[in-house]
Write a protein that binds this ligand. Structure first.
Ligand code: M6R
Length: 613
């Protein structure tokens, strides 16, 4: 997730752009850059574009531009959170075409950038990014009409974008386009702003226009024209923003955790985009850096992680064993590193981490490498230490996760492990038909997640009902046991209510002694192969008079007979259930914590990235 800012008007653009980037820093900040149109020769009206980029926080860029005379009233800027290519200055935006006259800032992912690059053999590329390919593509279609060049180039592109293009020969306009990545236009008096969200412009105007997918904007000092997919000029409604700065960063949500829970359908799409192939019924995660033969030779997989990432790994274990038939273990990284683990050259180790900086996971990576395993990362933060120290792997594309309690990173870790399991499975025992069924079901997940999230109010009512309990039991079986563990961790870490999680069948071996009318149970009983078994376990709970919240599959009429409180989730393939079932548990923990007056984004005693042992 990156941030875009653009300005066209009569004021000096630089302070507006740098100030705007600071407002967007919450979206990610591994590097940043700015480009401004400079009138070089007033008489002959020659314009050129000057650009400055810096690695690190916006302060680094602000320091660097101090000594440059970046005068000009039209400019664009970008704060990057890397997806393609490392965190180096060349990969930071804005990106130019060959002649230095056309420049672009872009959010999103151009899936077919390699194919496009291949076709532009006469162009010189200086970065590893998909965005630079887009700059050259637009340049190659430019023949005096900037908007037409952008439109034509975009018709060749597969992927998502929110972009702004600027050209030295058109100092009177900025061209913006959106498909899947938000853009907001700020309406001023003889000046206009554009940004990925409204925060950079709130100090200047509260009047905004939201671009929709497929729309292209021609932004001038004195007016904005918006065109739809058919290139028809359309009239758009101007809205008045009532948010203050902080509310705008949270996009109207009360805090980052709630926003990040609701980000899940979108970031899940980001995680699987360009990585699944329905026709071949498989997934392709290029970063694995292993040949098909090496993949077939793997005899054991070890997943190392901490906290929420380890529960995502437990879901991964089911997927790898069921689809690829490879024995898979999950190890807490803090245990693995001291256990003298058995590793051979046929062992594949995945280190799973949101931050990519967790000290225990990093030490486990080093230990596994020392012992000769293939070590790969499943990481969110690009360029983080684990991403750099592993010999390949995959970014989960969850975007910056700012709330301490992990939500969207968990979902995307699960998604990536399922993709890996499909990829390995297709080389071994998964048929084309099964592969295609899995990919089809994966593509349906975002819509189903939205259906789950629509039950927010109902879950909030349940939180109200149970918020004063001192303890809570979470139960699940099979692939939903890690979901129960994650639900219990979420409740503990943000509400400080004591919670336990057990596999349903394990209850009778001890923990059932805890249950009473004061000790409620949150049970996952969805329609899968363990449904009947779970049902019996819940009967046992009911007999101990523990109040029950049940997570059940839509259309399961028996659920109401077992529990007063039922949350229904859409049906999906069993391996994908955690991608839906975890969401109500996140919302339940969230609302409970808010009602208890907890600091949800920064719970006591916790840190977002645990870089100590
Ligand atoms: O950054 P990582 O994914 O490596 O972090 C691992 C755990 O510290 C993390 O998941 C922690 O458990 C979170 N607070 C969970 O919400």
């Amino acid at each position: 997730m990156c941030g875009i800012v653009g300005y066209i008007g009569n004021k000096q653009a630089l302070p507006i752009l740098i100030g705007g980037l600071r407002r967007l820093e919450y979206r990610g900040y591994d590097s940043a850059g700015v480009a401004i149109i400079k009138i070089q020769d007033t008489d002959s009206k020659i314009q050129m574009i000057e650009s400055v980029k810096a690695v690190g926080k916006i302060d680094m860029l602000a320091d660097k531009v101090k000594d440059k005379k970046l005068d000009g009233t039209v400019g664009i800027a970008h704060t990057r959170w890397a997806t393609h290519g490392g965190v180096i200055e060349q990969n930071a935006h804005p990106h130019f075409g060959c002649d230095g006259k056309l420049v672009i800032v872009h959010n999103g992912i151009i899936e077919n950038y390699r194919e496009l690059k291949e076709k532009m053999k006469d162009h010189k590329f200086v970065s590893e990014t998909d965005t630079e390919v887009l700059a050259h593509l637009i340049e190659s279609h430019y023949d005096g009409d900037l908007k037409l060049a952008v439109e034509t180039a975009l018709s060749h592109v597969r992927g998502t974008y929110g972009l702004v293009v600027m050209h030295a020969d058109h100092p009177e306009e900025l061209i913006a386009a959106r498909l899947g990545s938000p853009l907001v236009i700020g309406m001023g008096e003889n000046e206009h702003y554009i940004a990925s969200d409204a925060t950079p412009m709130l100090a200047y105007t509260k009047k905004v226009m939201f671009l929709e997918d497929g729309e292209i904007a021609e932004i001038k000092k004195d007016g904005v024209k918006i065109y739809n997919l058919k290139d028809e000029l359309i009239t758009k409604h101007i809205e008045e923003i009532e948010w203050n700065d902080e509310q705008a960063q949270k996009q109207g949500y009360e805090n980052f955790m709630l926003k990040e829970i609701h980000d899940q359908p979108t970031v899940f799409e980001d995680a699987i985009r360009g990585r699944v192939n329905l026709e071949e019924g498989t997934a392709h995660l290029g970063g694995l850096n292993m040949t098909d033969d090496e993949m077939r030779s793997i005899e054991r997989i070890v997943l190392i992680a901490c906290g929420t990432a380890s529960y995502a790994a437990m879901v991964g274990k089911y997927a790898f064993e069921r689809l690829a038939g490879i024995p898979t273990e999950v190890d807490y990284a803090s245990e693995f590193r001291y256990r003298d683990p058995i590793i051979t050259d046929k062992t594949l180790v995945f280190a799973i981490s949101q931050s990519g900086e967790t000290a225990d996971t990093l030490a486990a990576v080093r230990e596994a490498k020392r012992k000769g395993a293939f070590v790969r990362g499943i990481v969110n933060v690009v360029g983080s230490t684990i991403a750099r120290e592993t010999d390949g792997g995959t970014y989960i594309h969850a975007g910056p996760e700012l709330a301490v309690a992990s939500t969207k990173a968990y979902t995307n870790m699960v998604a990536i492990m399922i993709l890996y399991a499909i990829q390995f499975g297709r080389l071994k025992r998964v048929t084309l038909a099964t592969g295609q069924r899995l990919i089809t079901a994966l593509l349906e997940i975002p819509e189903k997640m939205n259906k789950v999230l629509e039950q927010n109010d109902k879950i909030k009512d349940l939180a109200q009902k149970y918020k004063d309990c001192k303890d809570m039991m979470f139960l699940g079986r099979g692939i939903n046991y890690p979901v129960a563990l994650e639900g219990s961790l979420k409740l503990k870490e943000i509400s400080y209510i004591h919670a336990e999680a057990y596999p349903g069948g394990e209850m009778k071996h001890g923990p059932i002694a805890l249950l009473s009318p004061e000790f409620p149970t949150f049970a996952i009983m969805v329609k899968d192969q363990l449904y009947e078994k779970m049902r019996s376990n819940i009967e046992e709970v009911k007999a101990r008079k523990s109040p029950i919240i049940l997570l059940a599959t839509e259309g399961d009429n028996c659920a109401k007979e077992l529990a007063e409180d039922v949350i229904y989730v859409p049906d999906t393939m069993e391996l994908l259930e955690p991608l839906l079932n975890t969401l109500p548990l996140q919302l339940f923990a969230y609302h409970t914590a808010v009602m208890l007056g907890r600091d949800v984004d920064r719970p006591r005693n916790l840190a977002k990235s645990v870089t100590v042992e």
